[in-house]
Design a protein around this ligand. Structure first.
Ligand SMILES: [Mn+2]
Length: 439
């Protein structure tokens, strides 16, 4: 990774001194017992460093300084030898070093920075600048955020190689998990099988994996259910590469040898939506909104064939009736974060002058804008049967001109299916990243 080139590009995009903070340790129950440390993706993007309590200051003159905490000599008994500030700066090819404790003296109200999402860092930054934490948002530099987004959105060949490697490892995780699926086992048994190939390679997870027989709960974080013969197991997971790039893949497997007839019909509906979405990404100049709608159109057509929906397809799409079955967006950016750069809010996914729809379903579309070569994004349609949501819509006959509630009664316990792959936009179309994962 060419960190020097990235920093130069950032400096040339803006005028003023630029501050970029590393992440800090987050305490679990007291300061020295911490959650696993995870570096801030923007700091890592510009330095490659994985160390906490550091900061990069790029001055308008071009002078670059790495601020690092100077360790207490007695820390060596707990941590072993740690690299010196000079060694860290050399790794990132940064000329100057300074003590992190002095950082505040080098900042002014004209320094450009992005608002931290970590409350510890919010408080530190506020005290350095003489602001209150609640006033940080109004002083943060949206231009700096946009300049960072512009750089991080376009993945170069080194980054794509990392993403391919992360997906290759994720493929092995999914194969290991799939082989472990068997009625009578717990979801947590499958989680253990899923994680083993990554742990053996000392690789972190991009996010807490979802391993569930209740795929209709979109961010299900429990692993307590026993797998029953007619269940499906939905696994949404992603390993990190050595340099911290994230995979994000979802597959849904039958608990037994085969899906039931109804499960197969729904699976094929989701697969047709994913194929339509991926096909849309190959069209030059398309937007992720178009990808979303292409997938929703295919899903609506398939659900009409099953008998769960009816009525005019385009009218149905315009009202968002399909969101009863797919209440989320088609996908998001992927990179050093699984939801890449989402700490910058909708500046990542929405072009200036556009904003999120308020329609149920479309309001969850994180990425909307025109797709450009170098973008990496997910295409992850799903079909879910959320009994509480079905009941709520049915009680008011909501959009019944497009939804066949009587037929839906037979499917209400069908739970959820999602299929997700990671896509690179290329100058001539798009490519599904990774070695190909069976679906
Ligand atoms: Mn995803």
């Amino acid at each position: 990774m060419n960190y020097t080139k990235r920093r130069k590009a950032l400096r040339q995009a803006l005028q003023g001194d630029i501050l970029i903070l590393s992440a800090a340790y987050a305490p679990r129950n007291y300061a020295a017992n911490t959650y696993p440390f995870h570096q801030d993706a923007t700091f890592r993007y510009f330095t490659g460093l994985k160390d906490p309590n550091a900061a990069l200051l790029i001055e308008d003159s071009g002078k670059e300084t790495l601020f690092v905490s100077v360790p207490d000599p007695d820390d060596v008994i707990w941590t072993g030898p740690v690299p010196s500030p000079r060694e860290l700066a050399d790794r990132a090819n940064i000329e100057n070093t300074a003590d992190y404790a002095d950082l505040g003296k080098h900042l002014s109200l004209s320094t450009l920075w992005i608002e931290p999402y970590d409350f510890q860092l919010k408080l530190r930054l506020a005290s350095w600048l003489g602001l209150s934490a609640k006033d940080l948002a109004s002083h943060a530099s949206r231009e700096l955020g946009r300049a960072i987004i512009a750089l991080r959105s376009i993945k170069d060949d080194d980054e794509i190689a990392e993403l391919d490697a992360a997906i290759a490892l994720t493929r092995r995780m999914l194969a290991n998990a799939r082989a472990a699926i068997e009625p009578g086992r717990l979801e947590s048994d499958i989680l253990a099988a899923l994680l083993a190939p990554a742990i053996a390679k000392e690789r972190a997870q991009a996010f807490e994996p979802i391993v569930t027989t209740h795929g209709e709960t979109l961010h299900n974080e429990s692993y307590c259910h026993t797998i029953m013969p007619q269940d499906m197991v939905l696994i949404d997971c992603g390993a990190e590469s050595i340099e911290g790039y994230c995979a994000d893949i979802t597959r849904t497997f039958p608990a037994g040898d085969n899906f039931t007839t109804r499960q197969r019909a729904i699976y094929n509906a989701v697969l047709s939506a994913q194929k339509a979405g991926i096909a849309q990404t190959t069209i030059q100049g398309t937007s992720q909104y178009d990808v979303h709608m292409a997938a929703c159109r295919a899903l609506t057509i398939a659900l009409q064939e099953i008998g769960l929906m009816h009525g005019d397809i385009e009218e149905s799409l315009a009202t968002g009736a399909h969101a009863l079955f797919m209440p989320h967006g088609i996908g998001h950016m992927l990179g050093l974060d699984a939801h890449d750069m989402e700490n910058f809010g909708d500046d990542v996914g929405y072009a200036p002058g556009t904003s999120r729809s308020t329609q149920f379903g479309l309001n969850a579309l994180r990425l909307h804008r025109r797709l450009e070569p170098g973008f990496v994004l997910t295409v992850e349609p799903g079909c879910y049967f959320i009994p509480e949501l079905i009941d709520r819509w049915q009680a008011t006959h909501h959009l019944e001109q497009f939804i066949n509630y009587r037929e839906l009664e037979k499917y209400r316990d069908s739970r959820g299916i999602r299929i997700e792959d990671d896509i690179l936009i290329t100058p001539s179309g798009s490519r599904v990243l990774g070695p190909g994962i069976e679906k």
